[in-house]
Design a protein around this ligand. Structure first.
Ligand SMILES: NC(=O)c1ccc[n+]([C@@H]2O[C@H](COP(=O)([O-])OP(=O)(O)OC[C@H]3O[C@@H](n4cnc5c(N)ncnc54)[C@H](O)[C@@H]3O)[C@@H](O)[C@H]2O)c1
Length: 351
């Protein structure tokens, strides 16, 4: 979608100039009605079909606010087009009336694209009113994550490669300075070098083992450590795991070992942080066709088996994972902790 096709018209209904404060511009692209309003002190909003997509507070003046918001609109339309081409969907957050997580602030780590489980979580948390900080792995990932962060209206968007010294600390420092607190954290990352992941556990090298456990397990422990001082009034920490921690799942290999360690870490962290009102959960979704999953051989067979065996006879979606995770962040779930919650259509209860 090229912005050269977007024809912004000033809204004559508003009194512009002479004493007017806010100026509004409208454009229609396909079915979408876009509106940008800008104030002389550099504040502005972008609305798409009446829903606020971006709120800019710190532009130099009205002209700069308009330019910035036009860029956000461009990203929005481009992402939407790309997403339509890929999946037939648009980047839309679910409309939820009850903002049950309003006032809560959370960090989402692990959005690679609009198929990521972390994105499913982010959508649900945001739709329920939470404010989000979002990270992206590196410059290559940035162009996929940025438009999603914009749709989430995330005020904090930062690079985070957990293997790069200091980046994890920098994210938490930023949260401390902008929000001064954190209510929840979603750790939705895992990594194993190909030789380690695709080989037998019995053959794994020390390096392959350490990298897998480092990225997929230790980083959750470290994030809990960094989050603790920001959760003075309690909070919830989430990580993503998989059934291959409990049972030998073909091709899951060393990642199964890492997830077993991760689930155990969840219980220890829950016990240690529970007295401070900090709850800790592992979320265990059924198989989902994400980028990380593409590193697992014969993944289609895993999907077919999941669908056939699960009592629900259905594969889960990232949205299913998102809403269940969001529920556990709500105060209503304050006495649930240390859980491994399966979101798998009941697969794990079957023989
Ligand atoms: N897809 C599934 O079937 C499935 C099922 C159960 C659990 N999980 C778990 O869900 C989590 C998210 O995976 P996904 O399936 O959404 O795939 P994904 O590829 O969308 O997400 C994986 C994320 O890990 C991040 N990551 C990898 N190395 C990193 C590093 N060094 N620093 C920072 N981030 C790094 C990637 O950037 C990416 O955002 C993982 O823990 C995965 O094991 C996935």
């Amino acid at each position: 979608m090229s912005m050269s096709k977007v024809d912004w018209k000033s809204n004559d209904q508003l009194a512009i100039g002479k004493g007017a404060t806010v100026q509004e511009f409208m454009a229609t692209v396909g079915m979408d009605k876009l509106a940008i309003d800008v104030a002389p002190w550099g504040e502005g909003h972008l609305r798409v079909n009446g829903r606020e997509v971006a709120h800019l507070k710190d532009a130099k003046d009205r002209r700069q606010a308009f330019r910035e918001l036009k860029k956000v609109a461009e990203h929005y339309l481009q992402t939407k087009t790309a997403s339509f081409e890929k999946t037939g969907n648009s980047v839309k957050l679910p409309a939820v009336k009850a903002k049950l997580l309003e006032g809560k602030k959370g960090l989402i780590v692990g959005i690679a694209n609009d198929q990521s489980i972390a994105w499913g979580c982010a959508k649900a948390f945001r739709a329920l009113g939470a404010e989000l900080a979002v990270t992206y792995l590196n410059d290559k990932a940035k162009k996929y994550v940025e438009p999603l962060a914009q749709a989430l209206e995330a005020p904090i968007v930062m690079p985070l490669d957990v293997r790069a010294a200091g980046q994890m600390e920098a994210v938490f420092e930023k949260i401390a300075s902008v929000w001064g607190k954190l209510d929840f954290l979603v750790h939705s990352i895992a990594f194993s070098p190909k030789e380690a992941l695709q080989g037998r556990v019995v053959d794994v090298s020390r390096e392959g083992f350490l990298t897998t456990l480092d990225v997929s397990c230790w980083t959750f422990i470290r994030m809990a450590h960094l989050a603790e001082p920001l959760m003075r009034k309690g909070g919830t920490l989430f990580t993503m795991t998989y059934y291959g921690s409990q049972m030998v799942v073909k091709n899951y290999n060393i990642m199964g070992v890492a997830k077993a360690a991760l689930e155990s870490a969840v219980r220890y962290l829950a016990a240690e942080l529970g007295p401070k009102g900090i709850r800790v959960h592992a979320i265990s979704p059924g198989p989902l066709a994400t980028r990380a999953a593409s590193g697992i051989p014969e993944f289609d067979a895993l999907l077919d088996k999941a669908k056939a065996k699960a009592p629900a006879r259905s594969l889960v979606s990232i949205d299913d994972v998102g809403v269940a995770t969001a529920f556990l962040a709500h105060d209503a779930a304050r006495l649930i902790t240390g859980e491994t919650l399966y979101i798998d259509g009941g697969y794990h209860i079957m023989d």
